[in-house]
Write a protein that binds this ligand. Structure first.
Ligand SMILES: NC(=O)c1ccc[n+]([C@@H]2O[C@H](COP(=O)([O-])OP(=O)(O)OC[C@H]3O[C@@H](n4cnc5c(N)ncnc54)[C@H](O)[C@@H]3O)[C@@H](O)[C@H]2O)c1
Length: 443
C-alpha cells in the first residue's frame, strides 16, 4: 500500500470510462444501462446510488460541511461511461431489457436507441457451470488460453474503436456452479499451469477476470462465484497493480439481514432462528433452481449472520440459532422478488418474540445502483494506485472479499463508515470516530 496515492496525486478522471460486462443482456446489466442513460438525460433520479445521491460529513458537526460525495472525490461522471460486454444471447440491450421485464415502457422507450446500439459480443461459456442455460451466441470451442486471448481481443477492439481512456469489468453473468477453492486456485503459478492444461476448476468467469486483470482492467464480481476470491487472482491483481472486488451484490433479503442483525446484536437480544425464503421468477431465479448454482448462492447468503452475531463471543445469545435460506423459482413474479423472513428472537429473562419481514422488492432495481457505484469506485481505486482487494467496498457485497487473516465485516453501518473513512483518508480529511466528548469537555 505504500505507493497508494492521496488527493493531489490521484490521477484525474479524464476521458471515457469503458464499462465491460460479461452478462450484458441480463436483468441487472440492462437495468443499469437504461438507468444511467435515463439519469444522463435528466429523466430519472439515480436513487440507491451512494456516489450520485450521498454526502459525506467532514470535520466537526458545528462546521456543517457535508459535500455531495461525487464532488468530494474525483469520480468519473456518468457522461463519460461507455458500455460493452458479452452474452450468450445475441439480443441488443433494448430487446434484452424488454425481455427482462424490469423497467416500464415509459422508462425504456426514451432510451431505446441508446440501448439498441449496445449489442453483446459472443460469450465464453461452459454449460457445465450453468446447467439451466443454453444460448447460441458463444465463442467456438477453444483452450482456456485461446478464450482468454479472444476476450482480450474484444477488449482491445472496444478500446480502439470507442477511444476509452480507462476500463472496468463487472461480472453480471449468471451464478456459476459451486466450486470449492482447490489447489489450482491456491497460487498464480498453479492457476497459470491450470490455464495451460485447461483445468476443469477454472470457470468462464475466471477467464474473463484473468483477461481483465492482465489487461490492467479492474474487475468486480457481482455474483457469488469464486472468480477473483482466490489467492491466485489476488496475486495476479497485486502483480498487475489492479484493484479487484467481490462478491455477490448485497441486495434484497441479505441487505435487510445486515440492517436488522446488527440492530438485534446492538441491543443484546438473543436469536433462536432465522428462516428466509425467496420467491423469484427471473432468469437468475431459473439458474438458481439448479442445485449447484444455488449452493454457490446459499454459501454466500448463510455466512452473513454468523459473522455479524459472533456466536463465539455471545454463546448464550447466538450460540445455537437455526439459519435456513431457500430460493424458490416462481415465474409469475418475474424480477419482483418476495423475500420472507421469520425471525425468532428472545429478550429479558429469555422471553420469546417474533419478527416477520415480507420484503416485496425488485431485484435489479436494488442491484443497478450498486453496479454503478462499484464501477466508479474501482476506477477511483485504480487511479489512486490501490491494487488488490478493496475491502473498503464491503458495503456492496454479501460475501465481501478480505485478507486471508481477517474475517469479513458484514455490518452495513460499519461498512459505510469504513467506506467514507477511506474516502476521507484519500482526500486528506480527518477520520470521523464519532467520539464527540470534545463537544462537552476539554480533552
Ligand atoms: N439482482 C440482484 O439483486 C442480484 C444480487 C446479487 C447478485 N446478483 C447476481 O448477478 C448476476 C446477474 O443477475 P441477473 O438477475 O441480471 O441475471 P440474468 O439471468 O438476468 O442475467 C445473467 C446474464 O448472464 C448471461 N451469462 C451467463 N453466463 C455467461 C457467460 N459465461 N458470459 C457472458 N454472459 C453470460 C446470461 O445469458 C444472462 O443474460 C447473477 O449471477 C445474480 O445471482 C444479482
Amino acid at each position: 500500500m505504500s505507493a497508494m496515492k492521496r488527493k493531489d496525486e490521484i490521477q484525474k478522471a479524464e476521458g471515457g470510462l469503458g464499462v465491460l460486462i460479461p452478462g450484458l443482456g441480463g436483468a441487472v446489466s440492462t437495468t443499469f444501462l437504461a438507468g444511467v442513460e435515463a439519469v444522463r438525460r435528466g429523466l430519472a433520479l439515480p436513487v440507491g446510488s451512494l456516489t450520485q445521491m450521498g454526502t459525506v460529513r467532514l470535520g466537526k458537526r458545528y462546521e456543517y460541511r457535508t459535500p455531495p460525495l461525487r464532488e468530494f472525490v474525483p469520480l468519473a461522471c456518468l457522461d463519460d461511461l461507455v458500455f460493452g460486454g458479452w452474452d450468450l444471447f445475441p439480443d441488443n440491450c433494448y430487446q434484452a431489457a424488454v425481455q427482462a421485464r424490469v423497467l416500464e415502457p415509459h422508462h425504456l422507450e426514451p432510451v431505446k436507441s441508446f440501448l439498441e446500439a449496445v449489442t453483446p459480443w459472443p460469450a465464453v461459456f461452459d454449460k457445465g457451470f450453468v446447467k439451466n442455460l443454453e444460448g447460441p451466441h458463444v465463442k467456438g470451442e477453444g483452450s482456456h488460453l485461446e478464450l482468454v486471448e479472444a476476450i482480450k481481443a474484444d477488449v482491445e477492439e472496444f478500446r480502439r474503436t470507442r477511444g476509452t481512456a480507462r476500463c472496468v469489468m463487472v461480472w453480471c453473468g449468471s451464478t456459476e456452479a459451486y466450486l470449492k477453492p482447490a489447489e489450482v486456485h491456491a497460487s498464480l503459478s498453479a492457476f497459470e499451469a491450470g490455464l495451460r492444461a485447461n483445468h476443469p476448476a477454472i470457470s468462464p468467469s475466471m477467464l474473463y477476470a484473468y483477461a481483465a486483470v492482465t489487461s490492467g482492467i479492474p474487475f468486480i464480481n457481482g455474483a457469488p462465484n469464486l472468480t477473483v476470491d482466490i489467492p491466485a487472482m489476488v496475486e495476479l491483481a497485486n502483480e498487475h497493480r489492479v484493484p479487484i472486488a467481490g462478491k455477490d451484490l448485497k441486495t434484497g433479503q441479505t441487505l435487510l439481514k445486515t440492517i436488522l442483525g446488527p440492530g438485534l446484536k446492538a441491543r443484546m437480544l438473543g436469536l433462536t432462528g432465522w428462516y428466509s425464503t425467496n420467491i423469484l421468477g427471473n432468469r437468475d431465479g431459473m439458474v438458481l433452481d439448479d442445485r449447484d448454482s444455488f449452493k454457490t448462492k446459499e454459501e454466500s447468503k448463510l455466512s452473513v449472520l454468523e459473522t455479524i452475531l459472533q456466536p463465539q463471543l455471545y454463546p448464550e445469545l447466538y450460540g445455537n440459532f437455526y439459519h435456513k435460506v431457500v430460493i424458490n423459482y416462481y415465474p409469475p413474479r418475474g424480477d419482483n422478488k418476495e423475500g420472507w423472513d421469520c425471525i425468532d428472537i428472545f429478550g429479558w429473562l429469555g422471553y420469546p418474540m417474533q419478527i416477520k419481514v415480507d420484503f416485496l422488492c425488485r431485484d435489479s432495481i436494488l442491484a443497478a445502483p450498486l453496479v454503478l457505484d462499484l464501477v466508479l469506485f474501482l476506477d477511483l481505486a485504480q487511479r489512486a494506485a490501490m491494487p488488490g482487494i478493496q475491502e473498503w467496498l464491503s458495503f456492496y457485497f454479501k460475501s465481501p472479499q478480505c485478507a486471508v487473516n481477517l474475517y469479513p465485516e458484514h455490518d452495513l453501518f460499519i461498512q459505510l463508515m469504513k467506506l467514507k473513512n477511506t474516502l476521507r483518508y484519500l482526500m486528506g480529511e480527518e477520520q470521523i470516530t464519532h467520539l464527540g466528548l470534545d463537544y462537552y469537555y476539554d480533552l
